[in-house]
Design a protein. Structure first.
Length: 311
């Protein structure tokens, strides 16, 4: 890999690691299995036109994958644990230091759904309001009580800060999100935050990750003289404690339960009363070891290598 692009690559990687930290719930499964050191990149959009067009000199196509098994997000009075998460993106890096992010066709993020502790009983009960009390009396069935939370994008990431990506304690980028709460009584349109009034997460590195470099053959087999290179960043925690959270909307028929969710959860919640943290992330950054040596077809060769690793 060209040394002139290393700083850009590491900066992009750190930012995307933080992105994974906050977009930490959802549900999907990878459809492709890749051999060896290619394995973390099983959803990399190597066949996207922008990736294929990379020439290896002015533009370099790369793959990003970031994952974590545990973490938590606190909104007002409620804390929700996060499960396994997987963020994957293609990155087209330009020689001037700018870049374009390319999402896989099925979306950049897949992850386990998060279950809200206590379910609806913990979220709304007990209550002195008759119709809410009536709901509370019916929550003897776990399926009726269970609430799942999914964090969804609510706009494009922005405000990328390259310097912050190399340091700790400084926001790396801004990510607009909303939290989708699902339960039979809440319905399917219950959200905390909206696309018009999202939760604005500004993640930062809490501690610096450890860095290692692997070199491997086109088909993923470990090879110290191989065509591919992979940076591995491990052991970093990321988080944000400065974001505000708007109230819930769309909960129950015609939003009739919005106020109940807000009251028990403590929403809206001002900056300083909320937090997000993802533990011990593992992030991988892969591209041809010598992009210029593949010019003017670096992007097409990356795609060829990726497909050769499919099991």
């Amino acid at each position: 890999m060209r040394s002139v692009s290393n700083r850009t690559r590491i900066g992009v990687l750190a930012a995307l690691t933080a992105f994974s930290a906050v977009l930490s719930t959802g549900s999907a499964a990878a459809q492709t299995q890749l051999n060896g050191d290619w394995a973390p990149f099983d959803r990399c959009p190597v066949d996207a036109p922008a990736m294929l067009a990379a020439d290896g000199i002015e533009t370099i196509a790369t793959c990003i994958a970031s994952s974590s098994a545990t973490g938590s997000i606190t909104l007002g009075k409620s804390q929700v644990p996060t499960g396994n998460t997987d963020l994957q993106l293609g990155v087209v890096q330009r020689s001037d230091g700018t870049n374009t992010l390319v999402a896989p066709a099925g979306g950049a993020l897949t992850a386990d759904q998060a279950t809200v502790p206590g379910g609806l009983l913990g979220l709304m009960c007990p209550s002195s309001v008759p119709f809410v009390s009536a709901i509370c009396r019916q929550l003897t069935d776990n399926n009726l009580n269970r609430i799942t939370a999914t964090i969804e994008p609510a706009g494009a990431p922005r405000d990328f800060n390259m310097v912050a990506a190399f340091s700790t304690g400084e926001p790396i980028l801004t990510i607009p999100v909303r939290i989708h709460l699902k339960n039979p009584f809440l319905g399917d349109k219950c959200y905390i935050g909206t696309t018009a009034d999202p939760v604005l997460l500004r993640p930062q590195n809490i501690n610096a990750p450890s860095l290692s470099l692997q070199r491997f053959a086109a088909d993923g087999t470990r090879d110290d003289e191989g065509e591919m290179g992979r940076y591995t960043f491990s052991g970093a925690d990321q988080g944000d404690t400065a974001f505000a959270v708007p109230g819930a909307s769309g909960c129950g028929v015609a939003g009739i339960l919005d106020w109940a969710v807000n009251l028990k959860t403590g929403l809206p919640s001002a900056s300083g009363k909320n937090s997000v943290k993802l533990d011990n992330t593992s992030t991988y950054f892969g591209s041809p070891y010598d992009p210029a040596g593949l010019a003017p077809n670096e992007g097409r060769k990356l795609s060829e290598f990726w497909h050769s690793a499919v099991r």
